[in-house]
Each structure stands twice: as C-alpha cells, then as structure tokens.
Design a binder for this molecule. Structure first.
Ligand SMILES: C[S@@+](CC[C@H](N)C(=O)[O-])C[C@H]1O[C@@H](n2cnc3c(N)ncnc32)[C@H](O)[C@@H]1O
Length: 204
C-alpha cells in the first residue's frame, strides 16, 4: 500500500479550523466535506468531533485513495465511504440528503469561478434549515488592504491557471445571495485566511 499524499498546509490549518468549528457547531450532526483532498481534514475532524458523521468527497477519483487509507488507519466509524463530487455537476446527489454542515476548505481559489456559484447552490440545496456552509481560505476584501503574501499567491495561482485566483469576498457574497445564503460570521485565521460561515438566516 503506497503512502497517501500529505499536505503540510492542511496539517497546520486543521488546528485553527477545528478550534473555530468547535465554537460554531453542536455536539452532533451530519457533515458533507467538499474537496477533501488528502483526507487529512476529515480524519482529524472525525477524530476530534466524534458526535459528527462525515461524508468526504473529491472531484478527482484518484484522490479517494488518500481518504480511504487515512480513515482506515484511524479506524474511524463516523466517516462514510468517500464519493466523487464535482461541485459544478449539479445536482450533486440524486437524493436530497440533509446536512448540518457543508465544509469546503481551500477550493474557491483553486477552481474556476463557476465553482463558487455551484458550491453555494449545492450547499443551499443540501443544508438543513439551521445548517451552515463553512468555507475557509484566502479572500480579498474591499475594506481590508491585501497582504503582500496574498497578492503574490494570487499571481502564482493565475499564472498556473487563468481561471484560478483569490476571490473577492463581495463577489462570493453575491453568489451566495443568489443561492439564498448569507454571510453569518467571519473569522480571521492565521496566515491571512478567513473562515466564513454561510446560512439561510442572517447573522448568528
Ligand atoms: C488546494 S486543494 C484543497 C484540498 C483540501 N480541502 C485541503 O485543504 O487540503 C483544492 C481542492 O479543490 C478540489 N476541486 C477543484 N475543483 C473542484 C470541483 N469542481 N469540485 C470539487 N472539488 C474541486 C481539488 O480536487 C482539490 O482537492
């Protein structure tokens, strides 16, 4: 069995993300993770939030191996079998499964802009009435001067793929509003990242 891929940034940011999730979430619920990547986040969150059942997903079928290995190694019984999911292929599921949390870490800037609206619509479709979409990553904000590191990161993303790039929070909010979601909370996390909470009701 080959070693699963490892992301140093996921290993770092899983701690502040978990700390923030703990302040937001009830002790139990059902979570859908979009863009699970290496599976490090779902492994960590499933271990640390055992009252939650986790559904990991990935657009790249090959990446499902990462998730399966990590879940098996950790002997987690609160993680469902990983599924392929491309946010842009709507509807996501044939059946309307309700989730209390849709979690999407570091995807919006590494996917075409159309993925943002698709994420918002899919989350709105699958969230329970009190459920929330949580997105995490770098954003540009009108009222906050961009950091040099985020400007540099944005340039490198766009050089790699012209459809990628750090998103303007105002634009993301517009896509959310079209899907019936509003920004409920903004948490500034280390390394110029934001954890944003979106739901169908105004501020929590
Ligand atoms: C930088 S990685 C982040 C992975 C993981 N969430 C993390 O933080 O380590 C970006 C992820 O976005 C996923 N992605 C890109 N386009 C997508 C799409 N259309 N639907 C779902 N996931 C997508 C990629 O497969 C990849 O897992």
């Amino acid at each position: 069995m080959s070693q699963p891929d490892f992301s140093p940034s996921a290993d770092r940011n899983k701690h502040p993300i978990l700390d923030t999730l703990r302040t937001l979430l009830p002790v139990q619920g059902r979570a859908l993770e979009i863009a699970s990547g290496t599976g490090q986040h779902v492994q960590w969150f499933a271990q640390q939030l055992p009252g939650w059942t986790w559904q990991p997903t990935e657009v790249h079928r090959g990446a499902l191996y990462n998730i399966e290995v990590r879940v098996a190694e950790a002997e987690l019984d609160n993680v469902l079998e990983a599924q392929t999911l491309d946010v842009c292929k709507e509807p996501w599921f044939a059946e309307a499964t309700p989730y209390d949390l849709v979690l999407c870490i570091n995807m919006l800037h590494i996917a075409p802009w159309a993925a943002c609206g698709a994420l918002m619509r899919g989350a709105a479709r699958h969230l329970t009435p009190s459920g929330v979409l949580v997105t995490y990553g770098p954003y540009f904000e009108t009222a906050v001067p961009p950091t040099a590191s985020n400007l540099e990161f944005d340039q490198s993303l766009r050089a790699h793929d012209a459809s990628f790039g750090i998103r303007q929070l105002d634009d993301v909010q517009n896509e959310a509003a079209l899907a019936g979601l509003q920004l409920q909370a903004r948490h500034a996390l280390p390394a110029n990242n934001l954890l944003l909470v979106w739901g169908s009701n105004p501020g929590r």
